[in-house]
Design a protein around this ligand. Structure first.
Ligand SMILES: Nc1ncnc2c1ncn2[C@@H]1O[C@H](COP(=O)(O)OP(=O)(O)O)[C@@H](O)[C@H]1O
Ligand SMILES: [Mg+2]
Length: 153
């Protein structure tokens, strides 16, 4: 079933650490018209932070590359977020998604990023190709308090 897109945005930004905060705030601003509950908004921002941080610290380790974040608001209060990089990629995605798995234990990474994204989404999809990059897609139905009409306020 193809859901109607009510609103959408795409951002491209370099993998600088300060852009983790920018990405969180951008998503937060984009969905603010729906008046999401505080805990829900905070979970979405945390999930986005984890995805963007992974691009910064893993995908483009020792270099700076482009991160592309796409957010769509679909009918039925469904939120679609994708975070894409063209970095080093992940050889074994299933293993990388296991809680506590990390390739950067020396840097105090807990290996919980994917577990957090998973628990704060209804569905998390991770596709990756070594040397080509990774795309993380999160889907979540919002418990919005505002009715949607898609025709402006
Ligand atoms: N965008 C990415 N590009 C390359 N590798 C990634 C990316 N995201 C995650 N990984 C790999 O998956 C592992 C697990 O990620 P995560 O669960 O966020 O834990 P952590 O970031 O604490 O290591 C990382 O250690 C890294 O090896
Ligand atoms: Mg992580």
């Amino acid at each position: 079933m193809k859901l109607k897109v009510l609103n959408q945005m795409v951002l491209r930004f370099p993998s600088l650490s300060e852009n983790e905060r920018f990405a969180r705030l951008a998503v937060s601003g984009f969905i603010s018209s729906l008046d999401p509950a505080v805990d829900e908004l905070s979970e979405i921002k945390t999930a986005v932070s984890e995805a963007v941080t992974n691009c910064i610290v893993h995908a483009y380790r020792d270099t700076v590359g482009e991160i592309r974040m796409e957010v769509r608001l679909l009918e039925g209060c469904r939120l679609y977020i994708s975070v894409k990089d063209k970095g080093c990629g992940i050889a074994d995605v299933a293993r990388a998604r296991e809680p506590l798995f990390t390739t950067a234990p020396d840097e105090e990474r807990a290996g919980l990023g994917f577990a957090i994204m998973e628990s704060f989404s209804d569905k998390l999809r991770v596709t990756s190709r070594p040397e080509h990059g990774t795309t993380v897609t999160m889907l979540r139905t919002l418990r919005t308090r505002k009715p949607q009409n898609g025709s402006g306020s």
